[in-house]
Ligand binder design. Sequence first.
Ligand code: NAD
Ligand code: LMR
Length: 338
Amino acid sequence: LPPNLQMEEGCGLRRANCRAKGAAPGFKVAILGAAGGIGQPLAMLMKMNPLVSVLHLYDVVNSPGVTADISHMDTGAVVRGFLGQAQLEDALTGMDLIIIPAGVPRKPGMTRDDLFNINAGIVKTLCEGIAKCCPNAIVNLISNPVNSTVPIAAEVFKKAGTYDPKRLLGVTMLDVVRANTFVAEVLGLDPRDVNVPVVGGHAGVTILPLLSQVKPPCSFTAKEIDYLTDRIQNGGTEVVEAKAGAGSATLSMAYAAVKFADACLRGLRGDAGIVECAFVASQVTELPFFASKVRLGRSGVEEVHPLGPLNEYERVGLEKAKKELAASIQKGVSFIRK
Ligand code: NAD
Ligand code: LMR
């Protein structure tokens, strides 16, 4: 380690010892891809999370700089940096939660599936490390295409004999965050008071907002439903186009990832009634993976909620979503089984 990081680690260990004498216990969290557009603000926000006692920042570039920077924040978590494949195992060992935003983002004109060729291999390598070093950790997978990377991770874990479907979650929280924001705009409400279930997957028509189940209960005109469905399904593309070649959503994604990771940690702590949407192993449809509301607890996903009553518009959307999802899931599975 460079001298500045050794010093941070030394100080960190003393602080960790103090905490061991009586302060609240915390969780150990690793971010893989921590120097990226999502990784950096995600690392900053996780350093601010009081449930986190140790934060490991891993990347194949620039993680020492990000670690030095974040480690100066006067919050409780001890931060350690890890650079390159040779340090992956150290980054993973002992972790309770692994958050993965590693991989390339879209440019205008690309679909998320266009990222498959690069990101599938990255996710495979990282999940092999997880299977070896922290097989009991909860995994929050952000890297796209989520509809395929989650099946890839599951296959890697199956091969290693460590697969626990309760511990593998594809992060679709940004779809919920966007849906809450756009619906609140239409209804003239504070987005913090709005909750929109978004089910299916995380790409185009597989992103299925259930506007008939919005809380607080409300109704929309047909025009509003078309507008909201289209905006929620294409929220990612809206950002990719606005960034004009400089990547995809990073700041709103980091916010969503922290909201989701915090829910997972509160579940691990034993808090009751933690329910969020995520892309998980599921029997809610005939597909092996599907995003819907899940209850989070000490063992990860403790219950996958059914979709609830759908209206005709949503039933049509569900059929379209399932068709695309089936192909994306199969593509991920084949990548490992081939
Ligand atoms: P980025 O290019 O800014 O950052 C990616 C980081 O991953 C880089 O720092 C890179 O060095 C690192 N990386 C590459 N290979 C790695 C490896 N083998 N091990 C560890 N780190 C590695 O990209 P970004 O904007 O942060 O986006 C990252 C991914 O997240 C993309 O695939 C993007 O499509 C996806 N994403 C998902 C959602 C979602 O809702 N699930 C939202 C936004 C972005
Ligand atoms: C998003 O929804 O913002 C992400 O999946 C990134 C993207 O490529 O759109």
